[in-house]
Structure formats: structure tokens, C-alpha cells
Design a binder for this molecule. Structure first.
Ligand SMILES: [Zn+2]
Length: 227
């Protein structure tokens, strides 16, 4: 592992992270609503086309600078853990839709299908090209976890949404390329984190729903860097 690789990856993470607040803010909308055409704080209309999406820094204090810092740390951790392998750029690129999903789920308890789709394509196509013999086990992991989560989501009083089911299946598919231990670390970490947050909310008597997407994505990151 070279320190240059870590620093370059962190620079990539910080740069890409600076663009995330605007995109996440525009996509943090209720189910069925189109993306915001104007700022949710000051009402100023966004420019049409790419200029309205690609803007760095926090707008009207929305988002702050934590995506820049978080993405830099995540990118550095990925580079340090994976080293100079072809999987590193794949994970760095997949972290863009991954972080957006976490930000949007924290904001409005939603995991937009199209963004989950982008995440699967950005991560899945290169992984499948790098390890074609792992496609079948990866698909099996995705289907099995998706079916199990769907069964849980259909139970009354569960707390899992259909977005969580789809993201869980997507992450199991991507980690299925590495094997079942990676899938287990991801899901185990996600439920552990979710349990800690639920217990904390119970203690502080804040009875609000907990987004599961960020916990799943944190579990994914741990699995991708340690297994
Ligand atoms: Zn504004």
C-alpha cells in the first residue's frame, strides 16, 4: 500500500464529495415527487440541465461540508485496505451513488430505485468482468437476501421498507463476488448499528422511524475493506 495511492484517493473523495449536497438535496423529496427544481430553503430556481446538478459546496447551508470529509475518509480507507487493485476505482466510483443513497435516506427515508440501479451497475458490471466465475454466486446471494428481506418487510410491525429490501439485495449481490463472509459482515454490521440507534432512540424517547439504508451501506463499506 502506497501513501500516494491513499492521498490520491482521498483527493478524489473530497472532490466528488463536494458535489454531493446539491444532488442529494434535489433528490430528497417525498415518494412520487419529481426532483426539486428550486432550493428547498430559499426557493431560488436551479439552472436547467447539468449546471443545476453539478455545483460544489453547501447551498444555503444544506448538506454542509461533511460529505466532502466523509467521502475523503471513506476513499482513503478503501485505498489503504484494497491497495492498487482494479477493484479500487470500482469501489471509489460506486461510493458516489452509495453516499447519495445514505444522504437521501437520512433526509426523507427513501432509497430511490434509479439510484440503487446506478449503484448496482457501477459496481456490478466491472466486478462481473473481473470475476465472471463469481456471477452465479453473487446473483444467488442477492436473490437469497432479497427474498429473506422481502419476507421480513411483509411481516407486520417490521420497520423494513421495500427500498431497504432492494438495497439489501443489491449489496448482497455486489459482496457475493467476494463471498458469503463479506455478505454476512455487511448485514451483521447493519443490524448491529440499527439496533444501537434504535436503543438510543428508545432511551432518549424519540420515537421516530430509523432509516436502514445508511446502516446497510456502512456494513457494505466495512465488508468491502475488511473481508
Ligand atoms: Zn437556497
Amino acid at each position: 500500500m502506497s501513501s500516494q495511492l491513499v492521498i490520491l484517493s482521498m483527493l478524489f473523495g473530497a472532490t466528488a464529495g463536494a458535489f454531493l449536497p446539491r444532488i442529494a438535496h434535489r433528490l430528497t423529496v417525498p415518494f412520487g415527487s419529481p426532483a426539486r427544481s428550486a432550493c428547498g430553503r430559499c426557493g431560488r430556481a436551479y439552472p436547467s440541465g447539468a449546471a443545476g446538478w453539478l455545483h460544489t459546496g453547501p447551498a444555503c447551508g444544506v448538506g454542509g461540508h461533511w460529505p466532502t470529509v466523509t467521502f475523503a475518509v471513506i476513499a482513503g480507507a478503501l485505498a489503504a485496505a484494497l491497495g492498487p487493485v482494479p477493484q479500487l476505482p470500482v469501489h471509489l466510483l460506486a461510493a458516489i451513488p452509495g453516499l447519495l443513497l445514505a444522504m437521501i435516506d437520512l433526509g426523507c427515508l427513501r432509497l430511490p430505485d434509479r439510484l440503487v440501479g446506478v449503484f448496482v451497475l457501477v459496481g456490478g458490471i466491472p466486478l462481473a468482468l473481473l470475476a465472471p466465475d463469481r456471477i452465479v454466486p453473487a446473483l444467488a446471494a442477492g436473490l437469497l437476501v432479497g427474498a429473506a428481506y422481502l419476507a421480513i418487510a411483509l411481516l407486520p410491525g417490521h420497520g423494513l421498507g421495500l427500498g431497504d429490501v432492494k438495497l439489501g439485495a443489491a449489496l448482497a449481490f455486489l459482496l457475493g463476488f467476494a463471498g458469503w463472509p463479506a455478505v454476512a459482515v455487511c448485514l451483521g454490521t447493519a443490524h448491529l448499528l440499527n439496533g444501537v440507534v434504535a436503543a438510543w432512540l428508545l432511551v432518549t424517547r424519540k420515537g421516530r422511524p430509523i432509516p436502514f439504508g445508511p446502516a446497510l451501506l456502512a456494513g457494505f463499506l466495512l465488508a468491502a475493506t475488511t473481508v
